[in-house]
Every structure is written in C-alpha cells, then in structure tokens.
Write a protein that binds this ligand. Structure first.
Ligand code: ACM
Ligand code: ZN
Length: 554
C-alpha cells in the first residue's frame, strides 16, 4: 500500500510539473516519465518538485561537523572525476551558508529515520542531505548520485553533459537491517581490488553486510600468524576440476590468500562504505584444506591434500579430540582481532557423519557427553564454539544445519535449504537471515536457455524469481517475523573464476535482492522494476560493471 501511494505522489507531482510548461496530457506523461527518477532500490517516499537542479562548478560541499567530514570527501570523490568540478568542502563553521550540497545530522530524527534512513531535498541551487547518523547520510549520497545522469559514474572527465537532476524530496528508510551478499573466496580467489569493486557495488545498492566465505576444502584463504602453514600449504591446490568434465582436473596448480594487512584494508574499505564484514570460518565440515596441514585433527589421521574436486567431502574435523578446539581457538583469536563485526559465521553446513561414526574418539565423546548420536555431536560441537565466541563478545551465525540436534542458545540461523529452517529458528526465538537456494543463489543459471551462458553450478534462478522473493514467510506471526533480520545473495564460486564472471552472475540479480531488503514489502511490480532497471543498468555500464542484461526469453 505504501508503495502504491508513493507512485501516485510521484506521478501526480511529475504531471503537475509538466503542466507548467505545456498542455496536452499525453505529452505531460512523456515529460513526467522522463523526469521520474529511476532509483534502485526504490525509496519509501518520493515527491517530485517543479524545476531542475543543476550541478555547476560553483557548487560547494558544506559539512556540519568534523565527525563526518569524511562523508563530504566521499561525496566529492563521487562527483569530481566525471565533472572535473573542483568542489570545495567546507567543514564546520559556515557549512550551512554554502551554495551547493549540505550534509547535516539531526539525532532527534532517530525515531523517524532510524540508524540508516535519510531525507534528501534537492532544489534548484542546493541539495540538503539530512539523517540521524552518518550511515543515513551515506545512503542519501547514493540516492543523490542516482538522480544525476549515469555519466556521473565515469572515471574520466565527461564533456558536454548537462549535470541535471529533478528537484525532489525523498524520505527513505530500509525495511531490513541485514542487506547482504556472500562471496566464496575459498573455491576461487578474488584479489583485494576485485573485492573492493564488489563492496562498491554493494554500497551503491545500500547493502550493508559482506559475508566473506574464507575457508573451504579447496583452499584456506586467510593468513593466521599462529598457523602459517594454513596458507603456505592450505591455500594451494594441485589442480581445479575442468568445466566440461567435473570429475577431471586441469593439472594447473591454483592458489591465493589474504594477508592480515589485506584483510584490514578490506575491512576498513568496507567500513567507509558502512558495510560490516562477517568472516566465515567453516566447521566441522568443508575443512579439507586445513586437514591437509593438520591431518591429526581428522578422525582417520589422513594424509590429505587440499581438495581438487568440488562437492561435499567426508573428512571433517574430529569432534573427539580437544586438539581440534585448541586449533580453532588459535584461528578464531586472530579472526576476532581482524574483524570487528559482532558476528562470526562458523558454517555448520554439509558435514557428513561417516568418519565420526567410525571414530573411537568421536564415539567416546558421544558417550562422555551423554549425546544421542552424531547429529547431537554436531550440535555439541557448534555449541562449544558458540560458548567460546560468546565469551569473546561474538555471536555465531550458522547455516540451517545447525538446527539439527539442538540449536546453540544464541545462534543466528542462515536459512539456505529453503526457508523452513528459517521458519523453525524464528519460531524458537532465534534471529534468521534468509538466503534460500530458491531465490538467492546467484551461482545458478539466470536463463532457461543456457546456450551462450557462461558456466554455472546448475539450477535456474532468473531475475524475476529473485525479485519475487519475500524474506518473511507467511507462516510467521508478526512477532516471529521480527526475527528475520533480512536476506542475502550468495555467490558461490566453484564455476566462477574471474571478477568479470562474478559480476555477471551477481548483477542485476543483486539489484533485485537489494530492493527486496531495502524497499517496502509491496514494491513488487516486476515490470515497473524492469523500467527502473534499464536506467540503472546504464549507470552500471558507465561504471564498467560486467552485468548480464536481462532477456525476455529468460
Ligand atoms: C551451502 O550452500 N552449502 C550453504
Ligand atoms: Zn573423530
């Protein structure tokens, strides 16, 4: 309902503007459509005003307080390359007198705008950015940039562009606090620059949670000082499955890892974009790269090599030896030091129990702890890790398999095998992040016709289906629904080896997810979204993002 009203306001305001300049109604609609901003994600409330705002070289940027001077610089950096206008930034005294762009915080607006909402008022000669927090201002900047011609995203001077935007008033707040993307750096390694580009795109879509999958059977990507072999040995595999035959390898060694400086750089870069980085350190499964270094942490003693085939591997951390937990404590101590986020994702998915069934130590643990079976042993493992992390002020997130046995008391569940896990967790009073394969797996094909498409893991997830996602299942009561923190897209990379391919799989399906988690629930008209998306893709094109243009036949 909210959206329907918003559209009315927007169209009516547009038509009244048109009526000032001419009379026939058909032409009015054309004019209205031309000036109607095509924003993604769609804001809550948009009111078009009469007239045009024109960015000129005389503009200055006024920032009310030193505390968010950085945002003035950021806004300048978003405008200066394409325009070559050398905007002065005035911080503190005199900020409100500048003609141009003014950034201002009013904490009293916390009740209306929350931590992330904003008001943006664009008039002929000025634009006012107002929020209760710097994060809100950051999102106002994203919206302002989308109001300008797409060329504003260019990295070189664009001559002959009239830098106009409609005069407009926008008030906007996100629907969900968790607006995420996951990237699997385990199967394939992506450079620091590629990750920064990914974060930039997330920020432009007002997404705020980067879930970084850092350890896998096929590669351990995070340098740990106390465990240098994890990356000396565990970050390198002897080969990678070939595309045409997944059971055979290409014979080419493959590797890469992030130094702790790299990680700090990425975490800081993300923080400047108001994005939290949540590391994922997989356990008890998906750990063969670690077992290649520490075979004594397995049930059989190995030996192992870093995995060279995809899929689910049987050798997992032995739950019966305390050495496993000492090792994980050494790793997580450094993880907590590197990542300030209040969450650590500890995986928990796809852990076969074959080895535990045959392991004396694991069986002894089951007996000593009075557990029923291996399923309960997995729950015991996760609960032990939760207690360790909770004692260090971190909450755990786990894939929905952590519901099996008994859920760790404070865990947040990431629902991926559909939404049932999320529903069950929310009903138990646990927080949930929705990321079902049915709507959020961006490693799936985006077209029925896969001919001419680059490789994908399989599946079929067209843009329209992503857009139709609803993160709060109808089965939940209003109170239970409050446990749904939001949703995220998952970019698993078994079949994605380059940043170009990663972008191709991510966008524009990521635009649809961004809108699902930011915009009002009833902003769901796919045809209307498609019209906005066309304009939005023009922006991404200028930015050099290798998105996939949707096709009618998808
Ligand atoms: C998953 O896709 N295995 C979480
Ligand atoms: Zn064992």
């Amino acid at each position: 309902m909210q959206m329907f009203r918003t559209v009315c306001v927007l169209v009516l305001a547009g038509m009244s503007f048109a009526a000032v300049s001419s009379n026939p109604s058909v032409q009015d609609e054309v004019v209205a459509d031309e000036i109607t901003p095509k924003l993604i994600p769609q804001p809550r409330k948009v009111e078009l005003q009469t007239g045009k705002h024109r960015l000129t070289p005389e503009f200055r940027i006024g920032v009310e307080s030193r505390q968010f001077a950085q945002l003035g610089k950021y806004l300048r950096s978003r405008l200066i390359l394409a325009t070559n206008y050398d905007f002065d930034v005035v911080v503190g005294e005199g900020w409100s007198k500048v003609s141009g762009l003014r950034l201002h915080i009013d904490e009293r607006l916390l009740d209306t705008l929350g931590e992330e909402g904003y008001r943006l008022t664009v008039s002929k000669r000025n634009a006012e950015f107002l929020a209760a927090t710097p994060t809100g201002l950051f999102y106002a900047i994203q919206t302002y940039c989308q109001l300008l011609p797409p060329e504003i995203g260019a990295k070189s001077v664009q001559r002959g562009i009239d830098w106009v935007a409609p005069c407009i008033k926008i008030e906007d707040v996100p629907r969900f606090g968790w607006r995420g993307m996951m990237l699997d750096s385990g199967r394939h390694f992506f450079s620091v620059d590629a990750i920064k580009a990914f974060l930039d795109q997330m920020a432009r879509h007002k997404m705020n949670r980067f879930h970084w999958h850092l350890t896998e059977d096929q590669g351990w990507r995070l340098a740990i000082r106390a465990e240098p072999k994890l990356t000396e040995v565990g970050a390198r595999r002897s080969e990678t499955p070939i595309l045409s035959d997944r059971n055979n390898g290409d014979g080419q060694p493959y590797g890469g890892f992030y130094s702790q400086e790299d990680v700090r750089e990425i975490v800081a870069y993300a923080a400047e974009r108001h994005i939290m980085v949540i590391p994922e350190i997989e356990m008890p499964g998906h750990c063969q790269a670690a077992l290649a270094v520490h075979p004594e942490l397995s049930c059989t003693g190995g030996p192992f090599e870093v995995a060279t085939r995809w899929g689910v591997h049987r050798d997992v951390y032995c739950a019966g030896t305390d050495e496993t937990f000492h090792f994980l404590a050494r790793v997580l101590t450094e993880v907590c030091d590197l990542f300030p986020a209040p969450y650590v994702h500890i995986g928990g998915d796809e852990c076969p129990k074959d080895r535990w069934k045959d392991c004396e130590r694991c069986q002894k643990r089951i007996a000593d702890e009075g557990l029923e079976d291996e399923q309960e042993l997995q729950a015991w493992f996760i609960q032990r890790m939760e207690a360790w992390l909770n004692a260090r002020d971190r909450q755990i997130i786990g894939w929905d398999e952590i519901l099996e046995g008994e859920l760790a008391p404070n865990a947040t569940v990431m629902s991926w095998r559909g939404v049932q896990g999320g529903i069950a967790a929310a009903k138990q009073g646990h927080d949930v992040i929705m990321s079902p394969t049915s709507h959020c797996y961006l490693d799936y094909f985006q077209s029925k016709n896969t001919e001419g498409e680059p490789p994908a893991i399989g599946g079929y997830l067209p843009l329209k289906t992503v857009y139709a996602f609803e993160p709060i299942p109808a089965e939940l009561t209003e109170d239970e629904g409050k446990h749904i923190l939001g949703a995220q897209g998952n970019v698993w990379t078994e079949y994605i080896a380059t940043p170009e391919h990663m972008e191709y799989m991510t966008w524009p399906r990521g635009c649809a997810i961004a809108e699902r988690v930011w915009s009002a629930k009833d902003v769901r008209d796919f045809d209307e979204f498609s019209v906005r998306l066309e304009a939005h893709l023009a922006r991404m094109k200028v930015l050099g993002v290798n998105f996939r243009a949707p096709k009618a036949t998808d």
